[in-house]
Write a protein that binds this ligand. Sequence first.
Ligand code: SF4
Length: 926
Amino acid sequence: MINLTINDRLVTVESGFTVLEAARQNEIYIPTLCYHPDLTPHGGCRLCNVQVKGARTPLAACTLPVSEGLVVVTDNEEIHAARKSILELLFSNYYQAKPARADDELLKLADEFHIDYKKFQRSEPHFEPDSDPNPVIRVDLNQCILCTRCIRACAEIQGRFVWGLVERGIATHLSAGDGVPLLEARCESCGACAVYCPTGALQDRFADNDLIVDKKVMTTCAYCGVGCNFDLNIHNDEVVRVTSNPDAKVNGLHLCVKGRYGFDYIHHSDRLLKPMVRQYLLADSEKPAKVSSSPWVEIDWDTVYSLIATKMVAIKQGFGSDAIGLLSSAKCTNEENYLMNKFARQVIGTHNIDHCARLCHSSTVAGLATAFGSGAMSNTMQDIYDHARAIFIIGSNITEQHPVFGAKIRQAVLQRKTKLIVADPRRIDITEFATIHLQHRPGTDIPLLNGLMHILIKNGQQNTQFIEDRCLNYDEFAEVVETYTPEIVSQITGVTVELLYQAAEVMAENHPMAVFWAMGITQHTTGVLNVFTLANLQMLLGNMGIPGGGVNPLRGQNNVQGACDQGALPDVFPGYQKVIDPAARSKFEQAWHLGPIEVASEPTMKQMPGLTVTEMISKAGEGVLKALYIMAEDPLMTEPDLNHAKACLQKCEFVILQEIFPTETSEIADIMLPGVTFAEKDGTFTNTERRVQRVRQAISTRGESKPDWVILQEVARAIIELEKRTYIGEFSTWDYHHPAQIMDEIAALTPSYRGVSFARLDAGEQLHWPVKDKYHDGTPILHVKSFSNGKGIFHPTEHIPARELPDHEYPFMLTTGRVLYHWHGGEMTRRTNALLELYPQALIEISPEDSALYGIENDRMIKVASRRGEVTAKAIISERVSQGLIFANFHFPQEQNANLLTISALDPVAKIPEYKICAVKLAVVG
Ligand code: SF4
């Protein structure tokens, strides 16, 4: 500790502090402008200058380290006068015409120092007042004071280095390059520069400084599994802007372009505002072969509930409850997913419940649960940032899919010098930051990983103690890895032997190492085997159960982790309690039991798991699945082999779609129920780190729409009433008045959520499940002393080629994924003006070599065809893909959707489709 004197007060602070930090810790005020606690101190504005005993000139407190016996004066007449003249000088090269932003730090200082800045500022603007076409960030260099906070924010927070200073002397100004617009300077429009700007030089275009914000409501982002927190700014019961909240534990002030600017879909004119039914249902006539030929008719809630109940009960009576399937939603809250699981199992009497996790991380859940006993991310981003000496990313385009975590990894490389290995068939953005990029062929993850482990074992670099103490089945695993020599692996993967050795060396020498992955690993017919292989790697190196290590699957949607946790899966109840386990069945039968069921045929729960989403679709095609209740999912955007999926779903007798907009799936729906956005409801989401977070209602519901938990409850009651059932048991009723009650029920029935409550979350507690009781602090790191299932299990894995590889007829390999500016099926992001402006249509990436071969220029329309369908979209020539590889996304509907091409071949265990590889051919259009 260091003792120093500030303004005659003796203070003691930790060594390494600056004088500014020491003063702030002791509540001594020093004004600042270029300083921000999140950024490296710059010492440029000199506003924090203080007098130091023994120093001949004033020194900047923000860069001056404390030292024993230092004597500092932070304020007196002389210092005050100097600060005032610094501010006056700043204003002499400043011009502000429009209303100032409410949080303008420069103008607040003008007030504080009684400066009438209008007297000092320039008489007219010296720059274009809106000098950049960026759709979300407004640039007005007239208000720039060269504090460089934006430059440091872009470099240190986002890791992008867009901004810099150009020219010299009085001509010095901020620039993204020589007259280059921000977007051409590779700006990702995250808005960090505008957040950290202390003046109006950089601002959100959404910031209307004339508008009075009625309230700000802190909530959780509804896009990706990072789970950033932010404030919804409300004016006249409308969301007018998203702003950062410094109390956000996951993300601090940082957000990505979607979280910060992708909110106006909430008020889009396409919103479903009333229940709708197909006319044929009201006319009591036959369902037409193509249901879309029957027009939509608006209807009231009571009538629609009665229609649904009558139809569902008739199907139950006629065909049994397993003739009904339910799709829950990773977009909805934990409470809503819990209710959908209860609705399926208690009210309908089926385990046919699933959701989009099937299509993204079902192989992770299956693989990790088998290897370690828990299918979730084992560590937190913060412990990885703080402790990892190496990070290995495989099959995750992290800077586009989980942008705030992607930026954190850039920060780890830049600031903590963490070694980064990226294995990806594409040269994705994060590879720029990688120590090593292993550009292996798609579908060769197992040989690549086995080859690396072969080298590690040959060099004796495995963690023998960890393996002996905590793992099983090592010898069988090592025997298989023995056969994956670097030479064989190089042939299969296309990665050179030298690079394999270099990567193994980085892994061996940098302990702990954290592994991240996403759908590049999971969406294969070998998805579960790929996950086993990653689990093997982390056990081999002893990287489990420690800060900075772990297995870290990045869950895609905002609440896909929570939807899985709440039993929106066909084989498990909430908390992964297996439906095949008689004790678990008996527990939920007792909890949810209803009285005598006069019309239903199955009095107790089924003993075997229900259908997955992919199976439900084919069963609908076979005429076996008669009804499908879809809550906030869009299978006709996201299923593989869409033409086939549509043909199957068209045969389904009765489809209910509960959504915020009409979607592609509306075409085959019989009923649409208007749900609400995340801004209109309360609840919780669980992020990819197993952190349970609050979602808070900020505006009233639109039109006649209702929160999904309310709709589910009312549908359940209508069916129960029609079946004349009576309630027996504490948790069997459907009488919820607020999602907090639903969470209490979840906690009572789910060991991993036992200690979670709205009260604790609202008090700011950060709860990562398992939370064993109401006094338990949660579990940020899993598998610390032992694995959830006791010992970790090595699984020998062998290379199995992808189901459909290029051939003479279809010579290219297609891989699919997402882009920064859109999310999933795009139903929200395509209704957000700024995001659509930033990325207005599907683009298909092809390599420079292939473009030369086919005579394709940038923006040329091309047609890509597989054995299942074809897509027409613009080509973008990119070195991100190598020759023979094509990349397409699935954010845009109809002929631009890559899922018309993808194959529905499944992983045999997880039933996840092989989205990542199929064979295609291409042709120039016209
Ligand atoms: Fe939202 Fe994910 Fe972006 Fe955070 S990183 S703002 S959670 S989309």
